[in-house]
Every structure is written in C-alpha cells, then in structure tokens.
Design a protein around this ligand. Structure first.
Ligand code: ADP
Length: 402
C-alpha cells in the first residue's frame, strides 16, 4: 500500500485538495487534485488526475447544502475507494498566518490550535477558514497527523527594520508589524529558480505573484528581504477585490464621516475594491482585458494595477540595491501576456530587454540580457505544503528513532 499525503487549502466556501505520493528520496508526486466549491449552498465536487483528466464529480442541491465538515468526510470516503492502493498518512494545511511564533511548519496539537486561534484577529477573513478543517480532522479522524504550513513563515528572514511600522514601540510588541504573505508561493519560486538560472538564483530577484491576491517579494540569494504585503493581506498592490496600500486616513474618513461600521469598511476594502472596485465590472483580469478597448473603466483598473506594480517594483529594487531578474507567477502573472509586457515597458530605467515572441509563448524566459532577465514560472504552493508536511513527519520520526 502506498502512503499518501493530503494537502488542504480551505476558503470561506471552498475546499481545495491535492493528494501526493511520497516516493523514497524524491519529491512528493501529485496523484489527484480537486475542489469543493459553493459550500453552504449548491456545492460542487470535482476531482482530476495529475494530467488534469476529470475522474469524478458530484453536485449537491442548494436544498441539501453541505459545509466543510461534510465535504471533508466525503473526501475521506472518496479516497477510501482506493484503500487497497493508497492510505493517507498525514494532512498538510495552508494556514495564512503564523504570527511571530511560527517561522516553520508545525505538527498540530491542541496547544498549536490555540495559538493559531489567537492569530485570528490578524487575519480575520482567512485564518478561521484555514483552522476549521484542522479542527474537523482532529474531531473526526483523531490520530491523523496534521501539519500547518504558513504563508507568513517565508518572510521571517526579513530584517527588523524591513518589518517595522513607524508606530509607538508598544504596537510592535503586540504584534503590529509587517508579516508578508504568499510565502508558500515565494518558497516554491525560490526553490526552483536554480533550475532556470543558477546565477540568478543567487542574485537579486523580484517575484510578482499576481493572482486574485497579489504581492511582490524581493529575494536576495533566495531569501525574502522585503515584500509588499504587510500586517494584513490588504497592503501593497491593488488586487482582484482588495484595495492594496491606501492612506490610513481613509479608514477614519470612512468611519467618522461616512459612518460606516468597521465591518462595512472592512468589507469595502477586502471585497469591493481593487480591479472590481475601480472597473465596476469584474475582478477577473480576463474579463477586463476583453473589455479594455471599449470600456474606459476596465482600462483604468488595468492601468492602475500595472502602474502600482511598477512603483512597488521600484521600491523593492531599492531594498535589494539593484535587480538581476523579475519572475511573474500566479493566474495573471502566468497567463496575461499584456500585463507582463506593460509592466516591463513601464520600467524603462530598469533596462528589461523584452522578447515579445517569448512573452507571447509564455516563456519561461521572456527578457534577455544585458539588463535584468525576466521569467514566467508557474507557482505550486501545494507542492511546498506537501514538502513541508513530509519534512515535519520525517523530523518527528528521526526524533523518535534517536
Ligand atoms: P487565486 O489568488 O485565487 O489563487 P489565481 O492565481 O488563480 O488566483 O489568479 C486569478 C486571476 O488570474 C484572475 O484575475 C484571472 O482572470 C487571471 N487569469 C487566469 N487565467 C488568465 C488568462 N489566461 N489570461 C489573463 N488572466 C488570467
């Protein structure tokens, strides 16, 4: 029987999963990947094999809604069909916030859950959804080892100054600092960069994770020295529905003059802003690109996105003291040829020598020397969770054996 790892990434109404084999001495290997979406309403389950071929699917009617717990138990029972072949031996979870305490993935116990719950106020819209499946597994599958893998942990290499806000020192002591997010994605890019260009992997690189959530990370020799997201996942670039960096004074204006409740203000900044808010059309780059020729608001939203990326790249290049390469990743970064081209041509001072045909073909290399190079590298956060889960299990076994 083959031992497998399950990787879970839970959102408010979705549960994404991947199942990995763990061949001896080699990378975890994807076997199946799937998704429950519409949880709490008309839910849909789909699972595909590693090549993307659909294997199975199911829909629940809105009269018969299922939540995360039913979805997880459905997944366990779906997997049990393969019991003779494959047996889950651990579950790795994406957890957005590890706070100051967790700079590495951790084996979950009740104490860890309590400490992660204490971080909910730092990521109120993400952390509770990440913790729910951990609690469900503890209740329904007692004894199943679980590993929490954090989006913040990769940035723990940053200097004190890079993470400090200019607030009274007591604020830093209560955890108000820059944390940074998308760390699982940056960890993946950092780990594979040497396969594309070993010299670049040792150099100064800006990685642009441009998905629904978007941020940039400055890597020096593969470690994070600065990033655009800060205390929360609201900071930095405009995103699909999040505003990115805004003047904190706007929040007081919303509360005091517009009389919005903190919840309504938060909802506006997280879910009604960004590409969606500026365009008034959609948070989906594909839709905005298809309308940008005739619709001034779609064009404005894209132009602002590209402009802000350019300005933030400038800031990270300053933190790095120069730039040897730029990497595009995630949904927009991997697929939107025009965004990549506009970002680079908008930075004439940086000297990117964009190769248009290579960019249209999706790279991997899309700008060539003598200036900084640029690349398209698909991210793989789930593989990082599988790697981290396995290394925590191996370390536990090594401790038991010693
Ligand atoms: P998430 O942060 O939810 O994981 P993704 O990384 O999947 O998001 O990125 C979603 C974004 O990627 C959306 O704006 C979507 O429009 C964009 N995207 C996906 N495919 C394409 C494409 N072929 N061309 C342009 N944009 C794309």
């Amino acid at each position: 029987m083959i031992p497998v790892l399950i990787v879970l990434n839970a959102g408010s109404s979705s549960l994404k999963f991947q199942v990995f084999d763990m061949p001896d001495g080699a990378e975890p290997e994807l076997v199946w990947k799937g998704l429950y979406e519409g949880l709490g309403g008309s839910a849909h389950f789909i699972v595909k094999d590693a090549s993307g071929a659909p294997l199975d699917e199911m829909t629940w009617s809105s009269g018969d809604p299922i939540g995360h717990e039913e979805a997880l138990m459905h997944l366990v029972s779906w997997l049990s069909r393969f019991r003779e072949e494959r047996r889950p031996i651990a579950i790795g979870h994406r957890v957005v916030h590890g706070g100051d305490a967790f700079s590495k993935p951790v084996l979950v116990d009740d104490g860890v859950i309590q400490r992660l719950e204490a971080l909910v106020p730092l990521a109120p819209l993400h952390q509770p959804h990440n913790l729910e499946p951990i609690r469900i597994v503890r209740r329904r599958l007692p004894g199943m080892p679980q590993v929490a893998c954090f989006d913040t942990a990769f940035h723990q290499t940053q200097s004190d100054i890079a993470t400090l806000f200019a607030l009274p020192s007591g604020m830093r002591e209560r955890g108000v600092r820059r944390y940074g997010f998308h760390g699982l994605s940056y960890d993946y890019i950092s780990s594979v960069l040497k396969d594309y260009d070993p010299r670049l992997a040792a150099g100064r690189v800006v990685v642009a994770h441009l998905g629904n959530g978007a941020s940039l990370c400055a890597l020096n020799g593969g470690t994070s020295v600065a990033t655009t997201m800060g205390f929360s996942a609201l900071d930095g670039l405009p995103m699909g529905t999040r505003c990115g960096a805004i003047d904190a004074g706007i929040v007081f204006y919303m509360l005091r003059e517009m009389k919005l409740s903190p919840e309504d203000a938060e909802r506006m900044l997280y879910t009604k802003s960004g590409l969606l808010g500026v365009s008034g059309i959609s948070n989906d780059m594909r839709i905005l690109r298809s309308k940008a020729k005739g619709d001034v608001n779609a064009k404005r939203a894209i132009d602002l996105f590209v402009y802000r990326i350019g300005r933030e790249i400038g800031s990270l290049v300053a933190a790095l003291g120069g730039i040897d390469g730029l990497v595009f990743t995630a949904g927009i970064g991997e697929n939107d040829v025009a965004t990549r081209a506009e970002v680079m041509t908008g930075l004439p001072w940086a000297g990117f020598n964009l190769h248009e045909a290579a960019n249209s073909a999706g790279g991997p290399q899309i700008a060539f020397g003598p200036g900084p190079t640029a690349w398209v590298i698909p991210t793989n956060e789930e593989l990082v969770i599988a790697r981290q889960t396995r290394s925590v299990l191996d370390a536990g076994q090594a401790r038991l054996a010693s």
